[in-house]
Design a protein around this ligand. Structure first.
Ligand code: FES
Ligand SMILES: [Fe+2]
Length: 386
């Protein structure tokens, strides 16, 4: 319990006085149980983009902190989120990841089968036993789509996502313009780290100059990063996107002409996205797979058909590998008890917002008001094309 008291104290700190969280918070089993319930099962959690589930029968199965979920496009065109655990003896119904087929769910164990809205349709060889079909439906979870991105809420009690993200609209409109119509999804990978470390790492740009010296720092230097606006609910930083000097990243000039600024958006608990000047909204999702293991997957939505493939994909894989190594290395330090986390610098303000999010969900703490850096907003406005 001492840990919770210390965590609350650290996580409610405002920018300027904020500290890193207690290291024990990244390896504690009891805290993880609390996070599962109040964060991952109590809040909206990003699943995948809706364009990867175009046809009836398209499915995406994944696991939200222990809860197996399948998102399914029905024959009626509707997207539904259902429990992916069979009501007979719990076997996973849809394969994890993306799959297609009929819009029914058929258990691979004894073939109990369900309709697209989760009703139990058939039970082979029941013998003399009468199965009460109504009592064996698959639970359905709340689902919402925001700018082509699908979110799920397990307990159905989270406040409407649209309202919570209303303040993001002007930023999304600038590059994305509400016109996303295509998307890509990568295969997940697993990192040996706690989900909070992976999430903090994904959102802060303080480490670019050191960890990503040969990759991200070349095209989005640390010195060009500014915190723009945010609160516990969402935060944005802006960064200068520069043309790299000729070298191994020279192709970026040709292929993407990344000039202007990019926006980095953090939507806790598990989504961090980058909107490029060309209207590509790339993201990374980090979900826990136990206390010390993390599921990480990248993808994108965009308003045109140009998907980030080829060299661009190689570039992403390279900097994700750099992130994986440093996140796993940071995790190894979390057993230290002879030392404690230090002060966060200005570039980590986005991490302070994330900590306030944790405090809000875990302890009902009241977060700071939304903060907007007027100076940065003015500069961005001036950089917008007429
Ligand atoms: S576990 Fe699904 S049919 Fe038996
Ligand atoms: Fe990184």
């Amino acid at each position: 319990m001492d840990l919770l008291i210390e965590l609350k104290e650290k996580a409610t700190g405002s920018a300027g006085e904020a500290r890193a969280l207690p290291y024990a918070a990244y390896i504690d089993d009891d805290l993880y149980e609390l996070e599962r319930k109040q964060i991952f099962h109590g809040d909206w959690v990003f699943a995948c983009n809706e364009f990867s589930l175009k046809a009836p029968g398209d499915k995406f199965a994944f696991n939200i902190a222990g809860e197996p979920v399948v998102i399914l496009r029905g024959k009626d065109g509707e997207l539904r989120a259902l429990s992916n655990a069979c009501r007979h003896r719990g076997t996973l119904l849809a394969d994890e990841g993306f799959s297609s087929g009929t819009s029914n769910l058929v258990c691979p164990y004894h073939s109990w089968n369900y309709t697209e809205d989760g009703a139990l349709r058939g039970v082979p060889y029941p013998g003399n036993v009468e199965i009460n079909k109504k009592a064996h439906c698959l639970p359905r979870f709340a689902l919402t789509v925001w700018n082509g991105l699908v979110f799920v809420n397990i307990d159905g009690k989270a406040e409407p996502l649209e309202e919570r993200l209303a303040g993001l609209a002007p930023y999304i409109e600038y590059n994305i313009n509400g016109e996303v119509n295509t998307g890509t999804e990568d295969k997940p990978e697993y990192w040996d780290t706690n989900w909070k470390l992976a999430m903090e790492n994904a959102m802060e740009s303080y480490h670019l100059f050191k960890v990503h010296k040969p990759t991200l720092e070349v095209v989005s230097p640390t010195r060009g990063v500014t915190y723009l606006e945010g609160s516990a609910h969402w935060s944005i930083t802006a960064g200068e996107a520069v043309n790299p000097l000729p070298g191994w990243l020279g192709w970026l000039n040709r292929d993407l002409q990344e000039e202007g600024y990019y926006l980095l958006i953090s939507l806790p608990p598990s989504f961090v996205g980058v909107i490029t000047p060309q209207g590509l909204f790339g993201y990374v999702v980090t979900l826990p797979d136990g206390v010390g293991r993390c599921y990480v997957r990248g993808g994108s939505v965009s308003r045109n058909l140009r998907a980030p493939r080829g060299l661009f994909k190689k570039f992403i894989d390279k900097f994700l590998e750099e992130d994986k190594l440093i996140s796993e290395r940071a995790y190894k330090g979390m057993t230290a008890r002879a030392t404690a986390g230090g002060q966060l610098v200005e570039l980590e303000r986005i991490v302070v917002d994330f900590h306030q999010y944790l405090a809000m969900r875990l302890f009902d703490a009241k977060p700071d008001e939304n903060y907007k850096c007027q100076e940065a907003a003015k500069r961005l406005k001036a950089a917008e094309p007429a």
